[in-house]
Design a protein around this ligand. Structure first.
Ligand code: SAM
Length: 305
């Protein structure tokens, strides 16, 4: 597990650009090999069409941490399904950018590069995909909503932001898939829960990995709370399936959940083949906060609030 030196600022309130500098703040650089395997597998399975299209597809790994290891893994996994894809790792900490560049020195990894920057995404064209994992949890909630808007506004048309969090070794993860609405705001589309089933006591254990925009919404009256409560109930009902292993129990619990929540039940986002991996994806509408304007945004021209 690579750990960065001293954490520099936490509970960040915003990400105003330093004058002429990257947007955002240096935060803890914790990372680990193979930690993001679940989300990378999901991206490769669900987004490869978009990553193969177009003359010069580009994916960004934003905030890769003290070691570039997860960026190199991201590159390898996505190039396996989209061989022309270019990948850029972006870090706001210059020492971490130097660590990335050291890995590609001498020409290893054609199409992989590292750049110093932040939410402004300093790349030469709008990316088709941005993965930002374990980055926004260290910001305050309004800043996380605003980062969603800012990042989605910089995607290519049809581009996707995958934003989420996981535990230290990637056994529990939750991520959101988003696009832009064409008017400068993010449009969240999907939410995915993924777990190592042999070590999961109950689905609501995943609540601690909710993205920053949802973590404070896991309270009675909010959709995400109702979803996780119902999922635990389905998990309990599915207990007899444990005799066939935790995967069988999860598949049964997800099937039961699908009776009352809009679980994706067919590929590429759903179905037994994916559920058996300990995954489930739903449309964002299944968890959308009842009162989204915890979202404090920078005023935009022509907008009155
Ligand atoms: C906890 S590490 C996550 C590393 C890796 N993505 C992972 O999940 O293992 C978060 C990293 O995001 C970087 N970071 C935070 N805000 C950023 C921003 N606005 N732009 C670029 N990097 C940022 C921090 O400097 C830190 O290295």
């Amino acid at each position: 597990m690579a750990r960065a030196h001293t954490p520099q600022r936490h509970g960040l309130q915003g990400h105003e650009p330093q004058r002429n500098g990257p947007q955002g703040e240096v935060t803890r650089g914790t990372t680990a090999p193979n930690r993001l395997r679940r989300v990378d597998r999901w991206i490769a399975a669900t987004q490869s069409g978009g990553l193969r299209a177009g003359p010069a597809p580009l994916a960004v790994d934003l905030g890769y941490g003290a070691s570039p290891v997860t960026t190199v893994e991201f590159y390898r996994r996505l190039r396996a399904v989209a061989p022309r894809l270019e990948v850029t790792g972006i870090e706001i900490d210059p020492d971490r950018v130097a660590a990335g560049r050291a890995v590609i020195a001498g020409g290893a990894y054609e199409g992989l590069s590292f750049r110093h920057g932040g939410f402004e995404l300093p790349v030469d064209r709008p990316p088709d995909l941005v993965r930002a994992f374990n980055v926004l949890r260290q910001y305050a909630e309004p800043a996380a909503w605003r980062a969603w808007d800012d990042l989605c506004a910089r995607l290519s048309p049809g581009g996707v932001l995958i934003e989420g969090t996981c535990d230290e070794i990637g056994r529990r993860a939750v991520w959101v898939g988003l696009g832009g609405d064409g008017a400068g705001s993010a449009r969240p589309r999907t939410i995915t829960f993924a777990a190592h089933l042999a070590t999961l006591e109950r689905p609501s254990d995943l609540a601690e990995r909710l993205p920053k925009t949802l973590i404070h919404r896991n309270v009675p009256g909010e959709r995400v709370h109702a979803l996780l409560t119902d999922f635990d109930r389905c998990w309990a009902t599915a207990a007899p399936y444990s005799a066939f292993g935790p995967r069988a129990r999860w598949i049964e619990a997800v099937s039961l959940l699908a009776r009352s929540h809009p679980v994706y039940a067919r590929p590429p986002y759903g179905g037994r083949g994916l559920w058996r991996l300990g995954e489930v994806t739903l449309p964002w509408s299944a968890v959308a906060p009842g009162d989204p304007p915890a979202r404090s945004r920078r005023p935009r021209p022509g907008r009155t609030r």
